[in-house]
Ligand binder design. Structure first.
Ligand code: ATP
Ligand code: MG
Ligand code: MG
Ligand code: MG
Length: 563
């Protein structure tokens, strides 16, 4: 396959897009792989579509290899099944919702457990129909609060979602292990560096769950990792973790006026939430003491219950003065609404995740604290006490010093058990002629996210740098100079293309060799073949994009090497 750059829909950019913070976002846009359509919604341009398809192909092959059957369900779905399982509420604002002309309510599928359960209920009636693995590669929709980082976190994105159906727990265990192995093969083939960590199941429900994390600074997950053994865990699944904030300074803050006599009502009004709202950790003063109010565990507090719980204590809003001379105190707390107990409400800040405290130490750098224990004064030292995992702490498995890092969640596997089968009464007739409740697993891979994760892990200062399995081509031929060289480049491209090599050939007229080289580095195809000055003598240059190694080689040898 030969693609001529003179005909390719591609406009490379010299400058980073203004709003881009992560390397993958910058480079995928600059190299012409994707183009922003609206917030968190992306157009895949020809080069990007090839990489996306390559990732999907690898996923498909490995899913087929464990006996998965590919289907394609709608993305436009009735809301009712998501109500039946309570997930319409659990997902809340994350769910894209719409109505048809008759007023019937629909959602754009965020994930499809409900719909697959219904499908199997409709199609399977006997234990003989199981076990079953179904999967799809499909566009998913989630109205993410902070769609950023390009295709890493889209509001429309590609996911492979698979579902297993079994009559026994052992069957589910086997399906889970089969997916786990398939995921290992997928991520190995893609050339991703990854860790498997135990995770919390979250909105999905169910018991056992593991995540596949790709270590990268741009990731939004924090994990502890042992350099000496294979212990690794998502910090959500362990305990409190203190991590230094990268980038200096506070999140932007908005001063709120303090009402004269604060009550729960004025407090609620102040924070811009209904008095009945459920809030996460909140800083207030109770009988003159700065206190965090919150329920350890789910760490949520109902405003009505708060009033009850605190009565007859006097509840006041925390003011800026309360912090004066107490630099060891937490300066604010970020909840789902991005709120803090007065004096400040932190505005949306990309560095602050939901349920994360931001603390300013006396002589320390700013820190984030996750999974805090609440209901106590918030001093830095106390925080450090409750933060039972710190960098260098002993690994629970082998005792070596743990490291804490950032990572991108690229896959997630769940043993759901019977949660969805119960909701839809999914039974099949068992061996003994009695109905048996089906047990399920669900298994996701972020296909479009994997493209960005690869870009994050493999790029260098010159641009993208794809592993061969996913690269948009095998060879990038650069015709550096005169028309004769372009002719030869096209000839070589045809020869290689005939041998099933995927070739991108830069045959653009009126573009300098320098610009072509820069673009080749930016685009990141693994092998660059330069048809330059010595082409007339039958000599070309081969360059390895990753190592930068180059060698002059005869045309015949180059052809032999590349086919
Ligand atoms: P995250 O924690 O990043 O929000 P999630 O835990 O909500 O992800 P899952 O419900 O486990 O995601 O979905 C399965 C996979 O889909 C994830 O492991 C991830 O790779 C991918 N994914 C989830 N949300 C997005 C998104 N907004 N954009 C791109 N990929 C996503
Ligand atoms: Mg999510
Ligand atoms: Mg997650
Ligand atoms: Mg997940």
């Amino acid at each position: 396959m030969v693609q001529r750059m003179s005909r390719l829909l591609l406009k490379t950019l010299r400058d980073d897009p203004a709003d881009a913070e992560t390397a993958s976002h910058k480079l995928l846009v600059r190299a012409g792989y994707v183009r922003r359509s609206s917030a968190g919604v992306w157009t895949w341009l020809p080069l990007g579509k090839r990489v996306l398809d390559n990732v999907a192909r690898v996923v498909r092959e490995e899913m087929d290899a464990i006996g998965g059957q590919e289907v394609l369900l709608p993305a436009l779905l009735p809301r009712e099944p998501y109500e039946a399982t309570g997930r319409a509420d659990a997902y809340g604002d994350l769910l894209f919702q719409l109505e048809d002309r008759r007023g019937a309510r629909y959602v754009l599928g965020p994930t499809h457990e409900e719909i697959f359960t219904q499908l199997v209920k409709d199609q399977c009636s006997s234990y003989k129909d199981l076990p079953l693995i179904l999967y799809q590669i499909q566009t998913k929709y989630r109205d993410e609060a902070r769609p950023r980082s390009g295709v890493l976190r889209g509001r429309e994105f590609q996911m492979k979602d698979a579902y297993s159906f079994d009559t026994s727990d052992e069957g589910l265990g086997e399906a889970y292990q089969a997916h786990r192995s398939a995921y290992i093969r997928v991520f190995e083939r893609l050339g991703l560096d990854y860790r498997i960590v135990s995770a919390v199941s979250g909105a999905m429900g169910g018991s056992a769950s593991e995540e596949f994390l790709a270590p990268a600074a741009a990731g939004e997950d924090t994990f502890v990792d042992c350099p000496a053994c294979d212990y690794a865990a998502n910090t959500e699944a362990v305990t409190a973790v203190v991590e230094p904030v990268t980038g200096a300074g506070h999140p932007p803050m908005e001063e709120l006026a303090t009402p004269a006599t604060p009550t729960i009502e004025t407090l609620a009004e102040h924070l811009g939430v209904p008095a009945s709202a459920t809030l996460k950790n909140l800083l207030v003063k109770v009988d003159g003491q700065i206190t965090a109010v919150g329920v350890p565990g789910d760490r949520e507090v109902d405003m009505g219950k708060l009033a009850e719980a605190l009565a007859p204590a006097e509840v006041e809003l925390v003011t800026a003065e309360d912090f004066t001379g107490r630099p060891d105190l937490v300066r604010g707390y970020v909840g789902p609404q991005g709120l803090a107990g007065k004096a400040f409400r932190y505005l949306a800040d990309p560095r602050v995740a939901e349920g994360t405290a931001w603390i300013t130490g006396a002589n320390r750098a700013d820190h984030h604290v996750r999974n805090v224990v609440c209901g106590r004064d918030f001093t830095v030292d106390e925080y450090l006490d409750v933060a039972t995992v710190l960098p260098g702490d002993p690994c629970p498995s082998c005792g070596a010093g743990l490291t804490i890092g950032r990572a991108i969640e690229i896959g997630h596997i769940f043993q759901l058990g019977r949660k969805y089968a119960d909701a839809f009464e999914l039974d099949v007739l068992g061996r003994e002629g009695k109905p048996v409740r089906v047990t399920m697993g669900s298994y996701g891979i972020g296909v479009s996210r994997a493209v960005a994760a690869l870009a994050e892990q493999t790029h260098d200062e010159s641009g993208l740098c794809w592993p061969r399995e996913v690269a948009p081509a095998d060879v990038h031929i650069v015709a550096a100079g005169k028309a004769q060289q372009t002719e030869l480049a096209l000839e070589l491209a045809e020869k290689l293309g005939a041998g099933r090599v995927r070739v991108l050939v830069d045959d653009r007229a009126g573009v300098s060799a320098g610009v072509k080289f820069t673009d080749a580095e930016l685009i990141g195809i693994p092998t660059i073949l330069v048809v330059g000055r010595r082409a007339a003598e039958g000599v070309v240059e081969l360059k390895d994009r990753r190592t930068g190694e180059r060698e002059e080689i005869s045309i015949d040898d180059a052809l032999a090497r590349l086919t």
